[in-house]
Design a protein around this ligand. Structure first.
Ligand code: NAD
Length: 415
């Protein structure tokens, strides 16, 4: 997979959409590339007294619909192209769920698992000092993503507030509750995904009570998805995995016990009563619902023909290659594309910004009700377009989102 380039995939998806919508070339060109990219070098004092220089990025892809928004990833394999792709997907995601925001993404090349809390705090603050002039509650609002946490968001918000000399809770979302976080943010991505899966199950005739589920990835997205699957929808989660491998039990796994085992041992692997399963084999298990919730490009043309799930709910970003998309669609698999299925996180992030601006906070029930309405409306809009144009769900989601961004660019007189 060495030659995989997430941004090439993102551009390919836009090209297909431009064809379907017969977009003018100026619009197509504008949508194919980021509006702004920022690259920074971040010197950080390490615990041993040395100074290490980290490379960081922020890509602000398109702000036609509003201030840009997107997470920050701390990952050793981060590249500018990954960040570009994720920023593009954020643009379509915000447009798709019809919130008044554009798309951005950030990243730092680092290995947080090898860093102390103090080093991570200094890196988080250094990133914000370098980016302060380019971000802000009305400009660009970051959030957590892979290997970044609510604690890091609190440090980042604090650094930005120090620079601006006033509390600026709205500069970043995914914060802990006492410093301007929103109720319901923790499991928002998984919960939003499940609202969409619930609608899809009805369309596909899948009875959720007792449905068989496999989940790849057991972090924020995957672990909450497992818990909601069993507790809220009565499904049976028969396989889960993380970077160290997977586990399966045909009788069903108990998500909270698996989470405790992972917290104690560092992995889901070795969970009592389970059999080992590889991350590759997990994707091909005989299940009703498959939830990729880890990394990009895991369902490709080589394994797509072997996917047996009726519904694929993409909580991860970019888990399915374009070739695999065609194969799954032809095979009748109902794919809930990433920027629809995992839009719950950004939706509640948007709710967090609104609450920060008003300094008035909602209860959990209110957050869930608004999230359900947002996700359900988005799913139906995508399904309607998929049926109208006879295209797959990802292409339909692009059509809905790109139409909205294009209309805003045209009304603003950009293109
Ligand atoms: P996380 O860091 O909490 O968890 C990532 C999980 O993936 C971990 O369990 C890790 O062990 C596992 N993993 C890593 N490499 C793997 C591999 N090669 N095979 C199998 N598992 C592997 O991250 P997260 O927040 O849960 O994000 C997961 C995915 O969901 C990412 O693609 C992210 O962009 C996407 N996403 C997350 C959110 C959110 O709110 N957390 C929102 C939208 C999209």
């Amino acid at each position: 997979m060495a030659d995989f380039n997430a941004f090439a995939v993102a551009q390919q998806q836009i090209d297909t959409c431009a064809q379907i919508l017969e977009l003018p070339s100026s619009v197509h060109e504008m949508l194919r590339a980021p509006k702004r990219e920022i690259r920074v070098s971040l010197p950080v004092k390490m615990d041993d007294g040395s100074v290490k220089v980290f490379r960081g990025f922020r890509v602000q892809y398109n702000d036609a619909l509003g201030p840009t928004k997107g997470g920050i990833r701390f990952h050793p394999d981060e590249t500018i192209d990954t960040v570009r792709a994720l920023a593009a997907w954020m643009t379509w995601k915000c447009a798709l769920v019809d919130i008044p925001l554009g798309g951005a993404k950030g990243g730092v090349i680092c290995d947080p698992k090898q860093m102390s809390a103090g080093e991570l705090e200094r890196l988080s603050r250094a990133y914000i000092r370098a980016m302060a002039r380019f971000i802000g509650p009305e400009t660009d609002i970051p959030a957590p993503d892979v290997y970044t946490t609510p604690q890091m968001m609190a440090w980042m918000m604090d650094e930005y507030s120090t620079i601006r000399q006033k509390n600026q809770f709205g500069v970043i979302t995914g914060k802990p509750l006492p410093v301007g976080g929103s109720a319901g943010r923790g499991d928002a991505t998984a919960r939003g995904g499940w609202y969409v899966i619930r609608e899809a199950a009805e369309v596909c005739g899948v009875e959720l009570d007792g449905a068989i589920v496999a989940i790849q990835g057991y972090g924020n997205a995957g672990a909450y998805a497992a818990r909601l699957a069993t507790e809220t929808y009565g499904c049976k989660v028969i396989a889960v995995s993380d970077s160290k491998g997977g586990i399966t039990n045909r009788n069903g796994l108990e998500p909270d016990a698996v989470a405790r085992h992972k917290a104690d041992t560092g992995s889901v692997v070795g969970f009592p009563g389970s059999e080992p399963v590889s991350n590759e084999a997990l994707l091909e298990l005989d299940v009703d619902i498959l939830i990729p919730a880890a990394l990009e490009n895991v369902i490709t043309e080589s394994n797509a023909p072997n996917v047996k799930a009726k519904i694929v709910g993409e909580l991860a970003n970019g888990p399915t290659s374009p070739e695999a998309d065609d194969i799954l669609h032809a095979g009748g698999v109902h794919v809930l594309p990433d920027f629809l299925c995992n839009a719950g996180g950004v939706t509640v992030s948007y709710f967090e910004m609104v609450q920060n601006a008003y300094m008035y906070y909602w209860d959990l029930e209110q957050v869930h009700r608004r999230l359900d309405a947002t996700m359900t409306t988005a799913y139906r809009a995508v399904l309607d377009v998929a049926r109208e144009y006879n295209i797959n769900m990802r292409q339909a989601a692009y059509v809905v989102a790109v139409r909205r961004v294009t209309e805003a660019m045209q009304l603003r007189g950009w293109v």
